[in-house]
Ligand binder design. Structure first.
Ligand SMILES: [Zn+2]
Length: 246
C-alpha cells in the first residue's frame, strides 16, 4: 500500500515533466534580457537603463548562486536590482528575493497572501505543501492592465488567474513572461499550466484565451514568450495558436 501511495505521485510527476524542453541556460532575449537557469526553474534579468536591472521572479535557490553570477557577468551588484516582478507566489519563484532588499517587489494584489506565505496553493500537489514565509513582501501591489516604468523599462501586467489566483503575465522589452501559466512543448507549441501544480486549469485556459485577445493589438511587439520551466518560444504565434485550439 505504501508503495502505491508513493508510486502515484511519482508517476504523476514523471508524466508532468517528461517531454518538457530543457531550460536554455543563458539564453539571450530581445531587449538585452537574459534567462538565468536556477535548477529546474528559470528567472529573467532585464536591463532597465543606467546599469540597473529588473527581475522576473527570483528563483528557487535561497543562496541565489545562478542569479548572482549573472549579475557578476554584468558587472553589477545586488543594489542594481531595482525591481522584482513576481509571476506568482510559488516558492520556487520567490526563494531568492530576500537577496535584493532594495528592490521593489511587484505582484498582483490577489497574489499577495501566497507570496507572503500566508496561504498555500490549491492545486492537487501544492495544497499538500504548507504555507511558508520565505521573507518576501509585496511592496508594490499591481492592478490588472497597468504599466509601470523601471528606469527605461516598461512593464505591463496582465492577470491570468488559474495556475494560482493571482498569477500574472508581464510584457516587457518585447518578451511576454508567462511564469507557470503556460509551457512550451518540444514541438514548439504552447500548452496550458500543469494540472498537478495548478489551482484551476479550466480557469487557466480561459485566462490564456483572454490574454491572447487582449494582446492581439500588441502582437507585433511580442518577439518571444518565456516560460518558467520550459524555456522560450519565438513570437506571438504560439499563444495565438493555443487560443485557436478547441
Ligand atoms: Zn507555480
Amino acid at each position: 500500500m505504501l508503495a502505491l501511495v508513493l508510486l502515484v505521485p511519482i508517476v504523476a510527476l514523471v508524466i508532468t515533466f517528461v517531454g518538457n524542453p530543457e531550460i536554455p541556460a543563458g539564453r539571450e532575449l530581445p531587449g538585452g534580457a537574459r534567462l538565468v537557469k536556477d535548477g529546474y526553474v528559470a528567472l529573467f534579468v532585464l536591463p532597465a537603463g543606467d546599469g540597473n536591472v529588473a527581475l522576473i521572479d527570483c528563483g528557487n535557490d535561497p543562496e541565489g548562486k545562478a542569479v548572482l553570477s549573472e549579475l557578476e557577468r554584468r558587472k553589477i551588484g545586488v543594489e542594481s536590482v531595482k525591481a522584482i516582478f513576481l509571476t506568482h507566489g510559488h516558492r520556487d519563484h520567490t526563494q531568492g528575493c530576500h537577496l535584493f532588499p532594495q528592490a521593489q517587489v511587484f505582484a498582483l494584489e490577489s497574489e499577495r497572501e501566497l507570496v507572503e506565505g500566508r496561504s498555500n496553493g490549491k492545486g492537487p500537489l501544492t495544497r499538500l505543501m504548507p504555507a511558508k514565509d520565505v521573507g518576501v513582501r509585496v511592496t508594490r501591489p499591481m492592478i490588472d492592465g497597468e504599466t509601470v516604468a523601471i528606469g527605461s523599462l516598461l512593464v505591463t501586467v496582465y492577470a491570468v488567474p488559474g495556475h494560482t489566483q493571482g498569477s500574472a503575465a508581464f510584457l516587457a522589452g518585447g518578451v511576454l513572461y508567462l511564469g507557470d501559466s503556460a509551457d512550451a512543448k518540444k514541438n514548439g507549441a504552447m500548452t496550458g499550466s500543469k494540472w498537478l501544480f495548478s489551482d484551476d486549469t479550466v480557469e487557466n485556459r480561459m485566462s490564456l484565451l483572454d490574454l491572447a485577445g487582449r494582446l492581439q493589438p500588441r502582437a507585433d511587439e511580442v518577439k518571444a514568450i518565456a516560460f518558467a520551466h520550459t524555456g522560450v518560444l519565438d513570437g506571438f504565434g504560439p499563444l495565438r495558436a493555443y487560443a485557436a485550439t478547441k
